[in-house]
Each structure stands twice: as structure tokens, then as C-alpha cells.
Ligand binder design. Structure first.
Ligand code: FAD
Ligand code: SF4
Length: 601
């Protein structure tokens, strides 16, 4: 991987490289007459470490950034830049990162771990103050796709909507979709949370997309003559297709279902993601020459290679409903969540009775309940075995369901389903919370003798999904029926075959699938002989520097803008989009709340 970053104030250029390419990049730097300034290191937790090497060429800073998985050794640059041995020894002492081939190894004689500074060393030698430099803010760090959030917020503030969308598309091509359905992990880390509620980062993304429309950049590199088959047209497949097509590769997506989009089409209901938005965003990808062949289930990777494809990306998602394994589950009045949502989203007629129960605590359970209401149910109750605090569903969705009159019964789970004439008699048992399980959440423990019966017309089982992967695909399959693939390169056990999205991670999110698709595009391009550098339009970043500490005080008191939604009593009668998006005034107020944590002054 080699990725060049936008130029920023104080930093002329920055390249991200894999460990394998790192030394050749350092040698190039030496060849250009660079002087080594220093390096900074950050512990990224499970992801490993990030080391940024700062060089000076004609009093301009250029960085080389690498990610180091925990336990991996880093080639020392001290044989090329002798002064680097000091900082390498410090990083070794502070973080435990091992360097190989160090010119001198001081063997823990520099900083002791306890003395480690809390901030990275980032000081150009010719200046008293560190130069103002753009850094990665907490929101961007929390985004699995690494979107430059303050960057696009600033572009929106300046009315540059298309530029804002193009900046987002450098990391995530599904802007309108993500602006509607992303779980927004960025918001949970937003610095505004220290003072009050976080920024509405997701809704600002939607606003930028609403303003920019779908007539976006269609530039691509000349045809490379290489063909890539993508199996699955969900967010992982679409993202991979977008970046590969821009690099000039010929891309065909094979989709088993009659319409493209994966769970965006057949999982997420229209009241959260209207189909015309989905269609329009998919068109921005097919406009690049990507072909989508629907109703084509791929059973064998060999067949794809025989058809002349040079690489394959498996983005199959997780579409198999997990069963409860209790008596009576096979009754025709017991519905499987994935099948029910798929049928509704594909326009089939699905009938439910007046009283519907839903088992589960995730987003699928909430969607199943809200859909049941829109199909005509009068009373919908979700049964969840833990408490609200442990519910994996996003809080906004839970709130929306409660507003619509859906009830949630916590600490209970069905143990038996019986048919009583036209009705279901569902026996539930009450639960209490025990010790935490491997997910970190407290385990629900049944309370003996606490069984009670509920009469329902239908019960929807929404306790999870798992991938459906045929052994004939010839790749290693691991726990939970997931395809085993490297988290950075998406490489599977089979040469030329890559896998990502829910089929690799298990059921996750749109933004994680998009990030996997992008990483796969980089790896596939390299596999096909390219350099893995994505072809995305440059977005001129507003260069005018604003002192963050001056504006922060003024900004932190502005309250979060609440977006207008359809009235709960009215909206349950149809599948119209519930959230209405920001007005110009609301967007202007919300963008003003951003502290611009991307400046390090
Ligand atoms: C009800 C529901 C609501 C959700 N809501 C949200 C939300 O609000 N926000 C969010 O971020 N995430 C949400 N998610 C999760 C999100 O939709 C998924 O994490 C994401 O779609 C995974 O993307 P993917 O590309 O890996 O797989 P998918 O989107 O599942 O796409 C995989 C595609 O591969 C196709 N396929 C499978 N096998 C084959 C084969 N052999 N040949 C050809 N095609 C094949 C499938 O038909 C499918 O179209 C939701 C999930 C569900 C079920
Ligand atoms: S205030 Fe702005 S830059 Fe800072 S974390 Fe929140 S969105 Fe990101």
C-alpha cells in the first residue's frame, strides 16, 4: 500500500506505506536530499502502532507514516539516517516496538516507559513552536473508513458541497446512503461531547449529498485490461467496485438477488433509506463502467477465473437468519427477520396479524418491529434478554421505535412456541444479568419458575445473522461461518481471492463494509501489478488557517440542531422517509459547532 495524503499547513506531503515498502520509501527520501527531523509514535490499541517519520526538505516537512501490527518488527532507518537511532531507541523504550538493524541499540538506556511523554514528539528543529499541522482528530480516528470529517464540515461551511462530497468519496463512495444510515461511530468520539451533545456528523454528510446531487466526478484511469469479479453488491462490493473502476480495471459484480444493494436494499427499510436514493448512488458507480449482473448466484470461484477474471472479491454479506432452537419455531406464523425484510423491501406482499412479537435487541429487531407496524400490526412488542444498556441497536433507532409506540420487554426470552388455533402461545422466561460473557456484556441468566405466556399473531425471530458460504468457493472458513481474510489486505487463503464486509467480520455496519471494500481495492490493484494508489480527485482544502483555541470557546456553547422528522402517528402508516434532513439554516448552525480538532496548534 502506498497512499499520498493532501498537503497541509506545515506539512508539505505525507505518504502512507506498508512495512514492506517502507525502507524503499525512506531511501527515496534520502535520494532527494532529505534531512531526518524526528519521528512520533502512537499506540492504536488492537490495531498496533502508528509511526510517523518527519523529514525536512528545503525547510518543508514531509512525512512517511506506517502502521505496525503489535509484535511485528520495524526495519530501522538508522543505517540510512544515523540520527534516527535516538528516536528509534526512545520509541522502543516507550512503546515496546522492536526495530531490526539499528545502528546502535541502547538497550533501554533512554526514556523509561514511566517517563514517556503523553504527546507525540512533533517538533521541527528550526522553529520554537511546532508548526501548525493538520492531524487526525478523534472523530476521524473513530471512523472505520477514516473520512476527513472536519475537512468536509469546513467545505460545507464554505458552501462547497461537491468538494465536500468528493472529499468523503476519497474514503467512502456511498455518501448519500451513509448520510442516512451510518451508525456514526465518529459522533461518539466527537470532542463536543465534553461540553454537550456531539456534532451531527452523519446528518451533515447527508446535507452535503442532498446539496451536491449525484452528478459527481466520473474521471478514471485508462483501461488496464485487467478484469475483476466481485461477488455481492452490498456496500463492500460497491465500494471495491468504485475504487477499482476508477483505477481503470474492468469490474463485474455478480448478485444473487434480483436487485443490487445487499442489505441496503433488502435489509434496511425504505423509511430509513429510500430506494431512489439507493438507485441514484449505485448509478454513480455503474456510470464508471461497473457492470452489475443480478440473479446470478456464484457457486464457484474457479468458474470466474475460467471466464477470464484476474482477481475475485467475495463480499457475500451475512444473510442467514440465526435460529433460536426452541420448540415450535418452525410454525408458519413464526417469521424469520431477514426473509421478512427482504420480501417487504423487494415489494412482495407480507401479511402480519394485529399482535406481533419480535425477539432480539439489534437493529434488525428494531427494523422488523417498525416494519410490522407499517404492515398493519396494532401492537408490537420486542422481547430482549438483557436491559436497554446492553442493547446493540443504535440508541436513535430504539428511540424512534419507542416514539412509534413499540413496546420493549427487557430481561426475557422465549423458550417455547405453541399453536392455539389461529394464535401463537409464546412461553417467555424472565432473566437476570450474571457475569460478563466474551462480548463484555453481562450474561442473561434464566430465573427458574418465572415462565409466563404471551398470545401473539406472529413472532419474528431477529437474534442475528451469519454468512452463508459454500465450501465450493475453496477459501478457508472460520468461526461463525466467516471467510478468513487478512484485516489489512483482505487476502483469503486462496491466491487472487479477497474477501471483506460482513462475510469477513460477521454482521457489522455499512461503513465497516465500505472500508473493507476500499482496502480490498488497494490490495487487488497491487495484485494486478498496480501500485495500490487510489485514483481520487484532489480536493483543494481550505488553506486559510484558523486558530482553533480562539474559536473553540465561542463554538462550544451552540446547541446541537435537532433534525425534523415525520410525526410518529402519521409515519407508521407508510414507508416514507422519516428523517427530513437539515435545512440551510440548520446546517449553518451545526457546522459552526465544530472545534476543528484537526489543527494541532
Ligand atoms: C435489518 C438490517 C438493518 C441494518 N441497518 C443498518 C444501519 O442502519 N446502518 C449500518 O451501518 N448498518 C446496518 N446494517 C448492517 C449493514 O447493512 C451490513 O453490515 C452491510 O450491508 C454489510 O455489507 P456487505 O457488503 O458486507 O454485505 P451485504 O450488504 O449483505 O451484501 C452482500 C450481497 O451479496 C449477495 N450474495 C451473497 N452470496 C452470493 C453469491 N454466492 N453469489 C452472488 N451474490 C451473493 C447477497 O445477495 C447480497 O446482496 C443493517 C443490517 C440489517 C440486516
Ligand atoms: S468538534 Fe469537529 S473536529 Fe472535533 S471531534 Fe467533533 S466533528 Fe471532529
Amino acid at each position: 500500500m502506498r497512499e499520498e495524503r493532501i498537503s497541509t499547513i506545515g506539512v508539505e506531503k505525507e505518504v502512507l506505506v506498508d512495512l514492506e515498502e517502507f525502507i524503499s520509501e525512506v531511501e527515496k527520501m534520502a535520494g532527494r536530499g532529505a534531512r531526518f527531523v524526528t519521528a512520533s509514535c502512537r499506540d492504536l490499541g488492537e490495531e498496533g502502532f502508528e509511526i510517523i517519520y518527519h523529514f525536512d526538505i528545503d525547510h518543508k516537512v514531509e512525512n512517511i507514516r506506517i502502521k505496525v501490527p503489535k509484535g511485528r518488527e520495524v526495519p530501522s532507518i538508522s543505517p540510512i539516517f544515523f540520527p534516527a537511532l535516538l528516536i528509534e531507541n526512545e520509541i522502543k523504550d516507550m512503546f515496546g516496538v522492536k526495530f531490526i538493524g539499528m545502528a546502535i541499540d541502547f538497550d533501554s538506556k533512554l526514556l523509561l516507559h514511566q517517563e514517556a511523554p503523553k504527546i507525540p514528539l512533533l517538533k521541527p528543529s528550526w522553529d520554537k513552536e511546532p508548526a501548525p499541522e493538520r492531524k487526525i482528530p478523534p472523530c476521524r480516528e473513530a471512523c472505520p473508513a477514516g473520512i476527513d470529517i472536519p475537512g468536509y464540515i469546513r467545505l460545507i461551511e464554505e458552501g462547497k458541497y461537491k468538494e465536500a462530497v468528493e472529499l468523503i468519496r476519497q474514503q467512502n463512495p456511498l455518501v448519500a446512503i451513509s448520510g442516512r444510515v451510518c451508525f456514526a461511530p465518529c459522533e461518539t468520539k466527537c470532542r463536543q461531547t465534553i461540553e454537550q451533545s456531539p456534532l451531527s456528523i452523519r446528518l451533515l454528510k447527508r446535507y452535503a449529498s442532498d446539496k451536491a446531487g449525484f452528478d459527481l466526478d466520473k474521471s478514471k484511469k485508462p483501461d488496464t485490461g485487467k478484469k475483476v469479479a466481485i461477488v455481492g453488491s452490498g456496500p463492500a462490493g460497491l465500494s471495491c467496485a468504485f475504487y477499482l473502476a476508477k483505477l481503470g480495471h474492468q469490474v463485474v459484480i455478480f448478485e444473487a438477488l434480483p436487485k443490487p444493494g445487499g442489505m441496503l436494499r433488502v435489509g434496511i427499510p425504505d423509511y430509513r433509506l429510500p430506494q431512489d436514493i439507493l438507485e441514484a448512488e449505485i448509478k454513480t458507480i455503474t456510470d464508471l463502467g461497473v457492470e452489475i449482473r443480478c440473479n446470478q448466484k456464484v457457486e464457484s470461484v474457479d468458474e470466474l477465473f475460467n471466464q477470464g477474471f484476474n482477481a475475485v472479491f467475495l463480499a457475500l454479506g451475512a444473510h442467514q437468519n440465526v435460529e433460536m432452537g426452541i420448540p415450535g419455531e418452525d410454525d408458519e406464523k413464526v417469521l424469520n427477520c431477514v426473509t421478512m425484510l427482504r420480501r417487504v423491501n423487494l415489494g412482495e406482499k407480507v401479511e402480519v396479524g394485529e399482535k406481533v412479537g419480535v425477539v432480539g435487541g439489534g437493529n434488525s429487531a428494531i427494523d422488523a418491529a417498525r416494519v410490522a407496524l407499517r404492515l398493519g400490526a396494532k401492537e408490537v412488542t420486542i422481547f430482549y434478554r438483557r436491559t436497554r444498556a446492553e442493547m446493540p441497536a443504535s440508541p436513535e433507532e430504539v428511540e424512534a421505535a419507542l416514539e412509534e409506540g413499540i413496546k420493549i420487554e427487557f430481561l426475557c426470552a422465549p423458550t417455547k412456541i405453541e399453536r392455539k388455533g389461529d394464535k401463537l402461545a409464546v412461553t417467555n422466561i424472565k432473566m437476570k444479568l450474571g457475569e460478563p460473557d466474551e462480548s463484555g456484556r453481562r450474561r442473561p441468566v434464566p430465573i427458574e419458575g418465572s415462565e409466563y405466556t404471551v398470545e401473539l399473531d406472529n413472532l419474528v425471530i431477529a437474534i442475528g445473522q451469519r454468512p452463508e458460504v459454500s465450501e465450493k468457493l475453496g477459501v478457508n472458513i472460520g468461526r461463525g461461518n466467516r471467510i478468513e481474510a487478512d484485516a489489512m489486505s483482505m487476502k483469503t487463503s486462496r491466491d487472487g481471492v479477497f474477501a471483506g464486509g460482513d462475510v469477513r467480520t460477521g454482521p457489522a455496519s455499512v461503513v465497516e463494509a465500505v472500508a473493507d471494500g476500499r482496502k480490498a481495492a488497494i490490495a487487488i490493484d497491487k495484485y494486478l501489478g498496480g501500485d495500490g494508489r487510489l485514483y481520487v480527485p484532489e480536493v483543494p482544502y481550505p488553506q486559510q488557517f484558523v486558530m482553533r483555541r480562539d474559536m473553540k470557546e465561542a463554538r462550544k456553547q451552540i446547541p446541537r440542531v435537532e433534525v425534523k422528522k415525520l410525526d410518529p402517528k402519521e409515519r407508521v402508516k407508510n414507508f416514507n422517509e422519516v428523517e427530513l434532513g437539515f435545512t440551510d439554516e440548520q446546517s449553518a448552525q451545526e457546522t459552526k459547532r465544530c472545534w476543528r480538532c484537526d489543527w494541532n496548534e
